[in-house]
Design a protein. Structure first.
Length: 278
């Protein structure tokens, strides 16, 4: 699996620490006795773990002398109480980095865990779970990395990655066929996805040479019909209102991809904590 560039990790961690420590630093920890301690990071629930590389960099920037040892790799399933990492170093420097490090683990593990719940619902199905661009500002790379940890697939990273004709493009131009034809002429090697929300729109564009058709908020009945009409021409994808309760029904239509905004914009944070051993 593609990993996140170390330069990016360092940059985003510095930004997070700056947010937490400016302008005066950790004014509480300055008042404790500073001594060398041993600590451990513990999972507070069963989850797909992620973000240990971010946590390690957080403590390293706080104090390069802190010894951080991960006890498990990102992407693994852990039970409540599992020790994720151990640390040795000066108490003050561990404390000032603690919350930022745990925030990274909680965020990334949360996205990975909810993604994996959807992936498991499709066990045995020839269908992929995809994320969207509905990500937290400036955290898209992190959240998309977390989706991959959970067994999901990344959709486009930004507006330059592919042409995706959506409902508002159609609402402005009012001629879906014309937009698709223009996009085909100007694609310059980029893939084209066209979003439709009814069978009538699909009939207007079917047979044109683009790559993927995205069915948005269709009923299962109409989705099944749309997939049958489209599968010999395009890769098929469904989106809109997807939940853990209805995803099996959606996948039963034969659609090849299901995109879900919830796995990034509404993923619950995984509980984890740092405890001092000595």
């Amino acid at each position: 699996m593609q990993k996140i560039n170390n330069k990016y990790i360092k940059s985003i961690v510095k930004q997070a620490l700056r947010e937490d420590l400016n302008p005066l630093g950790d004014i509480t920890s300055k008042n404790i006795v500073n001594k060398k301690v041993t600590a451990k990071i513990i999972a507070g629930q069963k989850c797909i773990i992620g973000g240990l590389n971010f946590a390690k960099e957080t403590f390293k920037i706080s104090d390069k002398r802190i010894l951080f040892k991960a006890k498990i790799n990102d992407g693994k399933t852990v039970k409540k109480g599992k020790v994720l990492a151990t640390l040795k170093g000066e108490a003050k420097n561990i404390l000032k980095a603690e919350r930022v490090a745990l925030n990274f683990i909680g965020l990334i593990s949360g996205v990975a865990t909810i993604t994996n719940k959807f992936v498991k619902k499709l066990d045995g199905k020839n269908c992929k779970i995809c994320c969207t661009r509905k990500t937290l500002p400036n955290l898209r790379l992190i959240q998309k990395y977390a989706v991959r940890l959970g067994g999901g697939t990344n959709h486009r990273f930004n507006l330059s990655d592919e042409i995706l004709i959506k409902d508002n493009h159609i609402a402005i131009d009012r001629d879906i066929k014309n937009i698709v034809k223009k996009s085909i002429k100007s694609k310059k090697g980029k893939k084209i996805t066209v979003e439709v929300d009814n069978i009538g729109q699909l009939k207007k564009i079917i047979g044109l040479k683009f790559d993927r058709v995205l069915f948005d908020n269709m009923s299962v009945k109409n989705l099944r019909k749309a997939v049958k009409m489209s599968k010999k021409y395009y890769e098929t994808e469904a989106s809109g209102g997807i939940t853990l309760k209805n995803i099996k029904k959606i996948s039963s239509t034969g659609v090849q991809r299901i995109s879900i905004g919830q796995i990034t914009h509404s993923a619950p944070t995984v509980d984890c904590k740092l405890d001092f051993i000595s």
